[in-house]
Design a protein around this ligand. Structure first.
Ligand code: ADP
Ligand code: MG
Length: 238
């Protein structure tokens, strides 16, 4: 069953159309990567799915629900940003639980969910630290923890590793893949990095200038690139 569908989604900023009629189906549990050069509309598309940006036209469903006009909090999604956006004055535990506190969940429930997320992300020994006392990788794990406690149907990641150095990036790629394997949730991951796309995705959506160039598995894109753009971008041998 499709967890997420986009039908002819368009977005303009003034006279500039940056998302040009995108159709997409994401199956439940799928790991989908949006890849494409800087400025091609990846973040805008993700923000439309999250409800942080309204589509100019088109329709969006999550689960069986039409969420085209739904508030972000009604969509069952959680987004992990590139800049970790942690609150510097709060501990790791408070940062992870913050969204639940805002939603006025009972304290015992918050504590239990924070503990479980920390366990999943190997942050248990760091729960009382402040963000400034964490490494880049640990901060990124806290940001992921904030998403996990909300039990989303769909996780959205916007270039979450681009501030990390190469070796840490490789490690975090494995950790996110492992997380996906364990949670079995639907994940949409945005990157401009072809290697990240090819190694992490069940399905890749190649974007160029606000439109889909091709959708397929890493192997399909590599073996049968639909356009010269895809061949060049993915590095296919032709
Ligand atoms: P990507 O994430 O692929 O780098 P973006 O989605 O951030 O691309 O941007 C796509 C295009 O939309 C760019 O040309 C960008 O300048 C433009 N854009 C994004 N957000 C806005 C905005 N709020 N107002 C005007 N133009 C925007
Ligand atoms: Mg972006």
């Amino acid at each position: 069953m499709a967890e997420l569908t986009l039908k002819q989604v368009r977005k303009s900023f003034g006279a500039l159309e940056v998302i040009k009629g995108i159709d997409l189906e994401v199956a439940s549990g799928e790991f989908v990567v949006f890849v494409g050069p800087s400025g091609c509309g990846k973040s805008t598309l993700l923000r439309i799915i999250a409800g942080l940006e309204e589509a100019t036209s088109g329709a969006l469903t999550i689960g069986s629900k039409d969420v085209t006009y739904a508030e972000p909090s009604e969509r069952g999604i959680a987004m992990v940003f590139q800049s970790y956006a942690l609150y510097p004055h709060m501990t790791v535990a408070e940062n992870i639980g913050f969204g639940l506190s805002l939603a006025r969940r009972p304290k015992a429930e918050i504590a239990a969910k924070v503990a479980a997320a920390a366990e999943t992300l190997q942050l248990t020994h760091l729960l009382q630290r402040k963000p400034k006392a964490l490494s880049g990788g640990q901060r990124q794990r806290v940001a992921i923890g904030r998403a996990i406690v909300r039990d989303p149907k769909v996780f959205l990641f916007d270039e979450p590793l681009s501030n990390l150095d190469a070796s840490l990036r490789a490690q975090m790629r494995l950790e996110i893949a492992d997380l996906h394997a364990r949670l079995k949730s639907t994940m949409i991951y945005v990157t401009h990095d072809q290697v990240e796309a090819m190694t992490m995705a069940d399905k890749i959506v190649v974007l160029n200038g606000g439109a889909v160039e091709q959708i397929g598995s890493p192997m399909e894109l590599y073996r049968k690139p639909a356009t010269p753009f895809v061949a060049g971008f993915i590095g296919s041998p032709k």
